[in-house]
Design a protein around this ligand. Sequence first.
Ligand code: GDP
Length: 202
Amino acid sequence: MNKINYQQATFLLSAAALHHLPLDTGAEVAFVGRSNAGKSSALNCITGIKGLARTSKTPGRTQLINLFQLDDQRRLVDLPGYGYAKVSLATKKKWQDLVNRYLTTRQCLKGLVLVMDIRHPLKPMDIQLLDWATDINLPVHILLTKADKLNKDPANRTLIKTKQALCDEAKLISVQLFSSQNNFGTEDAHKQLDEWFHEFSQ
Ligand code: GDP
């Protein structure tokens, strides 16, 4: 299987609505997670480009879908984070609508990477997302990130517990430990992305 060079990623565009997205062709893998879970750091770590996902943090851009191009057929997608404590119900609803419509209508979406802080896994919105994804048979790969914040045993226990909680959907959902701080788990994440992007090109 061909390995993709994730360091080729370049910022493509930010979309405030689905009709701003590029043509629905090729293959996309989308990253999603609660705000502060470590999604931007994970994207930077996986691509090996330090400032890549900083674009998403530019004020005004946090509620947008940010796309990064790997080549003319493949894109990484940074979906807006959720779970800001102080957002209004209307903002929350807007986020849910945008993300739900992206997940359910985007034909070129091959998989979802769900980033969860290992110390706070499977919060209600994470579970909601997993439900949306499994309802439409979309595979999800979970990064239990900030694994460096726990010792090895508690980190492994959380990994096992999370897998057990999701075992009914084991065909669609995979889980791994990750740390952007010390680059832990990057190879496994690459393997999963390679697989999704490879399936598309077969
Ligand atoms: P986002 O809001 O999900 O994009 O989260 P960020 O990537 O901006 O990370 C939020 C905070 O967590 C920042 O202070 C990061 O430095 C920190 N962080 C992210 N990933 C890790 C990690 O793997 N280990 C540790 N120790 N800190 C992390």
